[in-house]
Write a protein that binds this ligand. Structure first.
Ligand code: NDP
Length: 298
């Protein structure tokens, strides 16, 4: 059986490190990092995510503010708020919870965030920095950044020459994940819905990342023996064995099958999921250090 990669444990370690950095910042005479979370509308899943982000920010000792706007809020009003947060020196990270209501242009809102406060790493400036290896000042999207940390915990810092296959090419997961692996000197292939013979391609991977959104698509015989498997997918499926109408979470990887072949694998839940919020906190503390004119902390 393969090693189970414990995302909860690593996320807790990241949070502990953030707390220590907050204390160090205070000792140097600087204000606490400020994280502003903006939510528009009443999407229940978004509300759960936002509450969890705000709670973790407080736990880290951040100055945490939440702006909850009604679903009817105009794009202009939202852009006005982003402008205010950009200008507010007590705020170091701005997060706009997606999806936004249909009448608002999400792209326009995200690109209005000042790049130095863009702790989600979605602005063109941060995407460009990651793409050109300008890592000292880049903010990397939280899910791939967290996945990368888990990979390094298993395989060490030196990933040179390893074959990495990333299934999925979204702007928030697949593409930045591939950029990070390339930056770490892996030989990277990005697969997507038009890729031919995906099982054979996946079997070439020393590091296989699945970010697809299709329950248990990656089967055990797609996995190279000993590979590190990172399952980013979060899919809710029916679980009649738990009772009528019950559901459970599964990843994009058929876990039991893959675990019998892989060298190490992330479970769902408890793998990549907890890392995402932890990396948001890590990005915010980095932003506060850079704003204070201090070196980027590790
Ligand atoms: P997107 O829907 O934006 O992207 C999915 C990607 O998978 C696309 O590039 C698509 O290809 C590709 N794809 C779809 N079907 C196939 C197929 N049959 N074979 C090969 N590739 C396929 O999803 P996201 O990147 O936003 O999210 C992916 C998963 O990760 C989801 O389950 C999501 O819930 C989860 N997620 C988890 C997070 C966490 O914190 N753990 C955070 C963010 C996402 P194409 O481009 O050709 O359409």
């Amino acid at each position: 059986m393969s090693k189970i990669i414990d995302g909860k444990k690593t996320a807790a370690e990241v949070i502990e490190n953030v707390k220590a950095l907050v204390a160090d910042l205070a000792a140097k005479g600087h204000a606490a990092p400020g994280l502003a979370v903006v939510i528009v509308g009443e999407d229940p899943a978004s509300q759960v995510y936002v509450a969890s982000k705000s709670r973790t920010a407080k736990e880290c000792g951040f100055h945490s503010v939440q702006h909850t706007l009604s679903a009817e809020t105009s794009e202009e009003k939202l852009l006005e708020l982003i402008g205010e947060l950009n200008a507010d020196s007590s705020i170091h990270g701005i997060l706009v919870q997606l999806p936004l209501p249909g009448h608002i242009d999400s792209g326009k809102v995200i690109q209005a965030i000042a790049p130095e406060k863009d702790v989600d790493g979605f602005t063109f400036a941060n995407v460009g920095k990651l793409g050109t290896g300008e890592m000292q000042t880049a903010f990397v999207p939280c899910t791939p950044a967290g996945s990368m940390l888990l990979i390094e915990r298993v395989r060490g810092q030196d990933l040179s020459g390893l074959n990495a296959v990333v299934i999925g090419r979204s702007n928030i997961v697949g593409k930045p994940m591939a950029s990070l692996l390339l930056e770490a000197n892996c030989t990277v292939t990005i697969a997507h819905s038009r890729t031919k013979d995906l099982p054979a391609l996946a079997r070439t991977a020393d590091i296989l990342v699945a970010a697809v959104g299709r329950p248990e698509m990656v089967k055990g015989d797609w996995v190279k023996p000993g590979a590190t498997v990172i399952d980013v997918g979060i899919n809710r499926i029916a679980a009649p064995e738990k009772g009528e109408g019950k559901t459970r979470l599964v990843g994009d990887v058929a876990y039991q099958e893959a675990a019998s072949v892989a060298g190490a694998i992330t479970p769902v839940p408890g793998g990549v999921g907890p890392m995402t919020i932890a990396m948001l906190m890590a990005n915010t503390i980095v932003s506060a250090y850079l704003a204070a004119g201090l070196a980027r902390p590790r």
